[in-house]
Unconditional design. Structure first.
Length: 329
């Protein structure tokens, strides 16, 4: 900094004000200082500036599982929104969804230079009394059920599922089968619960739930079973990847989609329109979820107060060619 000051013919204090973006420096002087910085290859020390200001402009993200579409797209949206606000993201992956693993990730937060944390854990772990974040850390939770303790931002899982089931019943199907996600998943539980409630409210029979694990392979295995049931004319799959495997199994067993079986997914992944046939699915606005997560932690930092409660981001049904009226019997 002293070298820059000598080259620019100004004081070190002026160099400091320019490097930190403070007002009160006339434009000609600012340009002199910037030119001297470029000539000398000077870059402000961000760590030192963070210590001085008491903020790091970094958001920590704790997440389990980067193999699922939802988690990856939510993380991408958070990183994009954070960058737009001038913040970096530090990722703390949780290898196994256990209390010990999550507790370890929480503990590491105290050792890292982060101003706030966003937690993406779709499994039910945050309600454990033994799990607690450092008290000074501002928190937003995505895709979980900790609204009584933290701010939660989530897709309207139940609303999207109700729309899917209602649409299939409106096409004339007697009932709708459900290919659910893993039992420990919060999102899977919400979607399955809404499927069951919608059928019950409509006075329709509730078929046995079929369980998958979010993967296309699990959807394929489930599809081989469902293809053998002539009474199965409509399936709501809890995500698009399982719907993809289901479509393959139905094709191999000679069940045409949508003539014999209508299929709806959930997520609206970029490839959904390229499935054969193009997949009707529930669209999740991951970009909006990420934006609201970042907005939530920044608001808490500005107000210096914790928040709690749940914000639901609406979904919408995207109708393509994988759904239609059942065959006449």
């Amino acid at each position: 900094m002293a070298d820059v000051a000598r080259l620019a013919g100004v004081s070190s204090q002026t160099v400091s004000r320019v490097s930190n973006g403070y007002a009160g420096v006339n434009e000609e002087t600012r340009q002199q200082v910037l030119a001297a910085m470029r000539e000398l290859g000077y870059r402000p020390n961000s760590a030192a500036r963070a210590l001085k200001r008491g903020e790091f402009r970094t958001i920590g993200v704790i997440t389990f599982g980067l193999s699922t579409t939802g988690n990856v797209r939510t993380l991408e949206a958070i990183a994009t929104s954070a960058a737009h606000e001038g913040y970096a993201v530090t990722l703390l992956p949780v290898a196994v969804p256990t209390q010990d693993e999550v507790r370890g990730a929480f503990s590491r937060l105290g050792e890292l230079a982060v101003d706030a944390v966003i937690v993406i854990l779709e499994v039910h772990l945050l309600d454990a009394a033994a799990l607690s974040l450092p008290p000074h850390i501002k928190v937003v939770v995505a895709d979980s059920d900790a609204g009584d303790r933290y701010t939660v931002v989530d897709t309207d899982q139940a609303g999207g599922s109700r729309d899917a089931v209602r649409y299939l019943l409106g096409l004339g199907h007697d009932t709708v089968w459900h290919l659910a996600g893993p039992e420990e998943s919060f999102a899977a539980q919400r979607r399955a619960g809404a499927w069951r409630a919608e059928l019950t409210g409509a006075g329709r029979p509730t078929p046995p739930l079929v369980r998958g694990d979010w993967s296309a392979e699990s959807g394929y295995r489930a599809g081989l079973e469902l293809a053998e049931l002539p009474e199965c004319t409509a399936v709501f799959a809890a995500n698009d990847q399982m719907a993809l495997g289901l479509l393959r199994a139905l094709h191999e067993r000679g069940r045409y989609v949508p003539e014999d079986v209508s299929v709806i997914g959930f997520d609206d992944i970029p490839e959904a329109g390229s499935f054969l046939p193009p997949l009707t699915t529930v669209h999740q606005d991951f970009a909006e979820v990420g934006r609201r997560c970042v907005e939530g932690v920044l608001r808490q930092m500005d107000q210096d107060t914790p928040e709690h409660g749940t914000t639901l981001v609406p979904t919408r049904l995207v109708v393509r060619d994988s759904t239609g009226a059942p065959r006449s019997r």
